[in-house]
Ligand binder design. Sequence first.
Ligand code: CA2
Length: 145
Amino acid sequence: MSDKLVLVLNGPNLNLLGKREPGIYGSTTLADIEASLQGRGQELGITVELRQSNHEGALVDGLHEAQERGAAAVILNAGAYTHTSVALLDAIRAITVPVIEVHLSNPHAREAFRHTSWIAPAAKGTIAGFGADSYLLALEASARL
Ligand code: CA2
């Protein structure tokens, strides 16, 4: 039997992870996160593909692609689009693939404008505040779906 597929979609500025503002977002890079997800994915029988885009529409395309490819789950860190994007909310609602919202930081412990997630109502669940481990916890959750 072939592996399950999990797409990991990352939004704006997350390409800078580990390279800027380590005090807030840590020193782990997105490439480090990808490697650890793929390692754990092998143990779980999950193929992990990670993408990053600074463009909202590319994230919408990624959600559609997950549906077309029959992905088992999407792990989505929409970055600042979390707090603004009706397009991502609509895209999550338009697919049947479960979407797990992740955040490195705990947005509820930060500025008030980060306390609202436009995508949370459509997500299967949210994991936030565990740094790079938020992604690994989301992969464990997707293995159990
Ligand atoms: O905590 C998270 O994962 C966030 O999704 C990160 C977003 C922020 O807008 C959300 O409220 C919470 C920001 C990502 C910016 O990433 C950077 C990484 C390194 C240096 C600068 C920005």
